[in-house]
Structure formats: C-alpha cells, structure tokens
Design a protein around this ligand. Structure first.
Ligand code: ES4
Ligand code: ZN
Length: 324
C-alpha cells in the first residue's frame, strides 16, 4: 500500500497552517521581525508544549503568531508545510487559516492571502501538491465578528474554497454562526466545522443541521450518540480525525483509548490528518503510522483511509478519480 518512499499517498483535509509553525521558523521570524519570545532556543520552546486541554494549547499557539508580520513570513510558513507534506505523501491539501488572529495583530488580509496563495502556487508547480485555502472563523470571537471577517474576505473569494469554524469549542456552539455559514453557502463556499472535539455530540448535530457542514473536523465524541452515528453514516459526512492532536490535548487519555476503531466499525467515512503538527509531535505520515501500529490496521484498512481522504476532498469527481 505504501509507495516506494514508504508513505501513503493521501489528502490532508485538516491542517491549520499556523499550527505548522515549527520552533526553528518561529525563532527565525521572531529575529527577522524583532518580536520577543520566551526563549530563542527552538528545543527550549518545544519543551513548553505540554498541554492539558484545547485552551492550554490555544494560548501558546495564538501568542506565537505575533511573529507573522509580512507576506514573506506567510509564504515561508506555507512553503515549509507543503515541503514537509509532500515528503509525507500528501497529494492534496485543504488548508485552514485564521485571518482574525492576524487582523488582531494588525496584519491586513492582503498580506495573509498574498503570502499563502504564493506558497500554494509554488507547491502546485514544484511539489506536485494540489492545495487550497479554507478560512476559519474563531468561535470565541462570536458570530458578528465572523460575519465582518467574511465580508472583508469577499475581495479574495477566488483564493478560497470554503469556510471553517475553530478555536475554543465548549460555550461557543455552532448556533452562534448560523448567519455567517448561510452567507458563505450563498457565496458558493464549502462549509466545515470543528465539532465534537471537546464538545459533546450535540455540537456535531448543530454543525450538521444549523451550519450545513459537508465535513466534520474531529467529531470524535460522535461515538457517544448512536443516532448521530446513523445520521453521519446515512448522509455520508466525512470526519477529519487527528489522533496525535487528540492525545496531546487530552481529548482521549491514550491513543489506545481513541475512538477511531469505533468510528470505523460504525461505517463512518474517516480520514486522518495532522491538525497542528508543529505542536502535536507529528505530520500526517506520523499520524497514519501511529494508528496503523496502535490498532494493527491492515493494508486494506490503510488503503481505505487514503481513499476516504480523496473521496472527502473538495475536488471534482474526475480529479478525485486520478488519486483513488
Ligand atoms: C485547533 Cl486542535 C484545534 N482545535 C480547535 N481550534 C484550533 N485551532 C488550531 N488548532
Ligand atoms: Zn483543528
């Protein structure tokens, strides 16, 4: 199933570009832009990455993003991810970014789009990766801010394939974002949302019924609700599962206790992704290898995960068939 390099050709459908900021690049950008960090030793910075839950991660993740100032910074970040992803077997990447964080840091949307789109073009031409952007709204900032962000992004619609919803989940249910997701749908954008990562199955239900999401990001707590499992299966809604992320943020006590096998047994369209690989100890190849080993997945099951990833991608069927 693996190709000659020992990697599984795959699509990566759940990766935050800001979460691919390795500490080496973090330090380089901090020096380039005169931004203060708690340390300038990449290993010492990585030592600080000990998380107890989603919020303990988000606090460090948002603080680190102060180093991203110029179009060149976003380009370097994007190209570093695509280079690593190509080595991991990624042929298609649908990449999240958090413009509200950068706007709050005083960085205009033109800078963010300019750098990331240039990196994606380079990845397409020189790395053989088909890649597109999904704009994520930060749920902790609420629905009105999300709407303002979508309006501000309208001049860049041709550089987007969809919208997503991320950041702190519990206390910020999908129902707060009904209007902005309706508007995104009317603009022809695909819709996804993080749901059921820390929040319960009710968050997944809401994301499906109120936001009309076409994929669910994480969705691991869906296994607590048999009716929801039936809905996800019947509607063929893919779930982008990030095992190493779930372990690092203690959404599961151990990898052995992860609900992935239950999700597969329930007949869900499960895909594997890396989420924030610079923080969670591995890229998509590492995530795939970890679940293969932990759950003794067969070559056929690994092939199914790869097929699922391309099936779940926002690509025309004719293009999907090239990969499957
Ligand atoms: C995130 Cl792991 C995770 N969950 C929710 N929001 C996020 N933003 C970046 N990583
Ligand atoms: Zn995520």
């Amino acid at each position: 199933m693996t190709n000659r390099q020992g990697v599984w050709p795959t699509a990566e459908l759940h990766v935050h570009i800001e979460g691919t900021l390795e500490t080496e690049l973090l330090v380089a950008l901090a020096r380039r832009n005169n931004v203060e960090l708690p340390s300038y030793d990449p290993d010492a910075l990585r030592e600080l990455y000990r998380f107890t839950d989603l919020q303990s991660f988000l606090d460090i993740y948002y603080a680190n993003l102060a180093v991203l100032r110029t179009e060149a910074d976003f380009y370097d970040l994007g190209l570093a991810y695509l280079t690593r992803a190509a080595a991991a077997g990624v042929r298609r990447a649908e990449i999240f970014f958090d413009p509200q964080t950068h706007l709050a840091n005083g960085i205009p949307l033109a800078v963010v789009f300019g750098g990331l789109t240039r990196a994606l073009n380079e990845g397409r031409e020189n790395l053989g990766i088909s890649a597109d952007l999904i704009l994520c709204f930060l749920r902790h900032l609420g629905g009105a801010e999300a709407l303002a962000t979508l309006d501000a992004a309208i001049p860049y619609l041709d550089q987007l394939i969809g919208v997503g919803l991320d950041s702190a989940e519990v206390g910020f249910p999908p129902s707060l974002f009904t209007e902005v997701f309706a508007k995104a749908a009317a603009l022809g954008l695909h819709r996804v949302a993080h749901a059921g990562e820390e929040g319960g199955p009710d968050y997944v239900h809401e994301a499906l019924d109120l936001l009309g999401v076409e994929r669910v990001d994480h969705g691991i707590r869906s296994v607590e609700d048999d009716h929801l499992l039936e809905v996800l299966r019947e509607r063929r809604i893919p779930l982008t599962v990030c095992p190493l992320s779930n372990v690092c943020l203690q959404a599961t006590p151990t990898l052995a206790a992860h609900p992935l096998p239950a999700m597969l047994d329930a007949g869900l369209i499960v895909t594997i992704s890396s989420d924030d690989p610079a923080y969670f100890g591995g890229y998509i190849d590492d995530n795939l290898a970890a679940v293969q080993q932990e759950f003794a997945l067969s070559p056929e099951q690994m092939a199914q995960l790869a097929r699922n990833s391309f099936q779940a991608a926002f690509l025309p069927d004719a293009e999907k068939r090239r990969y499957i």
